[in-house]
Write a protein of this length. Structure first.
Length: 236
């Protein structure tokens, strides 16, 4: 066979292979997670009874538009709920051993659903308020909360709460950790609260009673990512 022809054939083969590889790499969406946050959660119940449990979140400290919530499903599996506010939700399970060891979490399109944030229209009804710093165990923390601008009568009827955030001041590159969609949309609009990793999050009702509280138990640096196939990337 002609040497020139053979050389060009090989070049074209490797070019095609490289093109297919690049196409494969870019035909999926990768979500990076750099921290896993573990919280002790306390839900206040009537008659001052309390229920203790735990919450685990995988987050990206510089991209707070998405997060993954991890819960115990059974002895061998975790349940995972992932939401990207720009248009994706995933509700699935994963083997505990796999979750704890793998770097890449994959999912099938059957678990991926389009997500439309139902609270975008509510941003005009809420505002963030920055309070004076809170001192806990001789350490100073940022303290801000989001509140409704609607009438007190309306808040009572709808059981609307104010969500308070106690935030570490020593992590200025850590975007606000906002687990409610209204809080995230209001932050995008105003950008008027400080950065910082979360320490305590609690809810207060119109009577001033704390109805929910969770406190950070541990924050661990990680390097994991979630892969969403291109055919179910509803953010496009």
């Amino acid at each position: 066979m002609n040497t020139f022809y053979t050389t060009n054939l090989m070049k074209n083969f490797w070019l095609l292979s490289f093109t297919l590889l690049v196409h494969f790499c870019y035909s999926q969406k990768n979500y990076d997670f750099d921290y896993i946050l573990n919280f002790d959660k306390v839900i206040s119940i009537k008659k001052d009874k309390e229920k203790d449990s735990a919450k685990t979140f995988l987050i990206n400290s510089s991209k707070n538009g998405y997060m993954m919530v991890v819960n115990n499903r059974d002895s061998s599996k975790y349940g995972i709920l992932f939401i990207d506010n720009d248009g994706i939700s995933i509700n699935s399970t994963i083997n505990k051993n796999s979750f704890n060891t793998v770097e890449k979490i994959t999912t099938d399109c059957k678990n991926v659903k389009p997500f439309s944030n139902p609270f975008k229209f509510q941003v005009d009804n809420y505002e963030f308020v920055n309070l004076t710093d809170t001192i806990i165990n001789n350490k100073s923390y940022y303290h801000y909360y989001i509140k409704s601008n609607r009438s007190l009568k309306y808040q009572k009827r709808k059981k609307i709460v104010a969500i308070h955030y106690i935030v570490d001041k020593n992590s200025p590159d850590f975007f606000p950790f906002l687990i409610h969609h209204t809080c995230y949309e209001e932050w995008k609009k105003e950008r008027n609260i400080p950065n910082g990793s979360p320490y305590i999050i609690y809810h207060k009702n119109v009577k001033g009673e704390i109805t929910f509280k969770m406190q950070l138990k541990s924050s661990t640096k990680i390097d994991k990512f979630l892969v969403v196939p291109d055919e179910c990337d509803y953010t496009k």
